[in-house]
Design a protein around this ligand. Structure first.
Ligand code: NAD
Length: 450
């Protein structure tokens, strides 16, 4: 283990009141040590952000954009080291970690290129009316453990661009790469503009209820999102909530089975299924159900699982022990409620591995179908009537994403419009980009990002 990584508060890298070990999920052993904040340090971070905000807001928009571009370039320059660290703390295979770091830079630049000019709403003999975009003040950003760097900097970039300052809190199990970006940011941004504090899952409600915080941008589970909304209500803070998903994919009876199965696997097993917009329930037309199940079983049995730093690994471990335990419980439900046709057990080794799993003939009321599994375990359900399957797909409190697969775009388009989710894809699942608003319907969130 190297030196303890420090937090970024008021332009300085600081020790925490305590330190915390971070586990590598591929070995279940500590691989890094990080500083951990006390309540007083969280308050100091908010105070630093508050003090810095008027000066930052006075920096011209284009200059703030230039700061974001410099940050992107500096992240790119340390991309290799950041990606390897990300594999060790998060578990994802190296190519996925490299993509996450590259995307952090891509998104930072895309935000930097956005323009928010003053809009003239009316200009005549009676009135001149303008719409101005103003910063809110101090923004708290709270990130989950599945895409620690990408999600964090998708919050940082728009907040800073508009002249807000920020306190960022990574998830307790994935703070390492974020703190490394903090070291980078210290050399680029004025003091107090970006502050990063680490906790043991105990500072969230303090940060989100603080009277000096104007906005909370939260990504995480629906259960925690509701807690954030509750405490943020005390001062009516602005909120963006990006929460859980249980995305359905509906496969019509006219698809190319091999091509569709590959597309489904690419979405459902990326990041070991720990993607908010992964395909999490697959509904397949009766006529092609057996053929699709066979193809999925073949593809998924061939996915190599293991330590994300090993060449050829496609599915890494679950990110943390709690998620690993949940995944093992879903495997028990899978065995009881359906028929396992690939995987079906925990993987070999000390790490939090689950063999990539496909389950067919599973009941609609199985917890594996009803809940967000966040694991490499795909339930495949049969349907005979498309009208009825749209109802089944929509029969959930969540609505992040969804997809319809067909060789006729017109047919898919018709059904896609009836899926109740923030995003619906046709013939693929999980695509996102900075120019496309991203957010959830129902209990998958409030507001949009990008
Ligand atoms: P989580 O809700 O357990 O934790 C998310 C963050 O909230 C962590 O940083 C955690 O420390 C913090 N937190 C914990 N208690 C808090 C409180 N009371 N107040 C404020 N913050 C608190 O979520 P997770 O398990 O880290 O992430 C997985 C979940 O995130 C999944 O449900 C996934 O679908 C969702 N997610 C959603 C999106 C999206 O954009 N919609 C993206 C990624 C992940």
């Amino acid at each position: 283990m190297g030196a303890t990584l420090k937090m970024l508060i008021d332009g300085a890298l600081v020790d925490g009141d305590s330190t915390m070990e971070v586990i590598n999920p591929a070995t279940a052993k500590p691989f890094a040590s990080v500083a951990c904040a006390s309540v007083a340090q969280a308050d100091a971070a908010i105070a630093a952000a508050k003090k810095a905000q008027p000066g930052w807001a006075a920096v011209p928009f284009e200059e703030r954009a230039e700061y974001l571009r410099k940050l992107a370039a500096a992240i790119d320059a340390r991309a290799d080291e950041l990606a390897r660290t990300l594999v060790q703390e998060q578990g994802k295979p190296l190519p996925e970690a490299q993509a996450e770091i590259a995307y952090a830079g891509i998104f930072l630049r895309a935000f930097a290129d956005m323009k928010l000019p003053v809009e003239t709403l009316q200009d005549d003999d009676d009135l001149k009316v303008e719409l101005h975009y103003r910063p809110l003040g101090v923004v708290v950003g709270i990130a989950p453990w599945n895409f620690p760097v990408l999600i964090a900097f998708n919050k940082v970039a728009p907040a800073l661009l508009l002249g807000n300052t920020m306190v960022l809190k990574p998830a307790p199990t994935t703070p390492v790469a974020t703190l490394m970006v903090g070291e980078i940011a210290k050399e680029i941004l004025p003091p107090g503009v970006l502050n990063i504090v680490v906790d043991r899952n105990d500072l969230g409600s303090h940060l989100t209820s603080h009277p000096d915080v104007a906005k909370v941008s939260f990504t995480g589970s629906t259960v925690t999102g509701k807690k954030v909304a509750e405490v943020a209500a005390s001062t009516l803070k602005r909120l963006t909530l990006e929460l859980g998903g249980n995305d359905a994919g509906v496969v019509l009876d006219d698809v190319d089975v091999k091509k569709t199965a590959q597309g489904v696997v690419d979405s459902a097993f990326a990041n070991a299924g720990q993607v908010c917009i992964a395909l999490k329930r697959l509904y397949v037309a009766d006529r092609i159900y057996d053929e699709m199940c066979d193809e999925l079983a073949k593809l998924v049995s061939d996915l190599q699982y293991g330590d994300g730093l090993e060449q050829g690994v496609r599915v890494g471990p679950l990110q943390n022990e709690m998620q690993f335990k949940k995944a093992k419980a879903y495997l028990e439900h899978a065995a009881a409620d359906g028929k396992i046709i690939a995987g079906g057990e925990a993987g070999d080794g000390e790490g939090y591995f689950i063999k990539p799993t496909v389950v067919r003939d599973i009941k609609d009321d199985s917890p594996l179908v009803q809940e967000e599994q966040f694991a490499p375990i795909l339930p495949v359900l049969r349907y005979s009537d498309v009208e009825e399957v749209i109802e089944r797909a929509n029969d959930t409190n969540l609505g992040l994403g969804g997809s319809v697969w067909s060789s006729s775009i017109d047919r898919a388009y018709e059904y896609a419009q009836r899926i109740d989710s923030g995003t619906v894809w046709i013939n693929h699942h999980t695509h996102f980009a900075p120019h496309i608003p991203f957010g959830g319907a129902k209990e998958s969130g409030v507001g949009v990002e990008f």
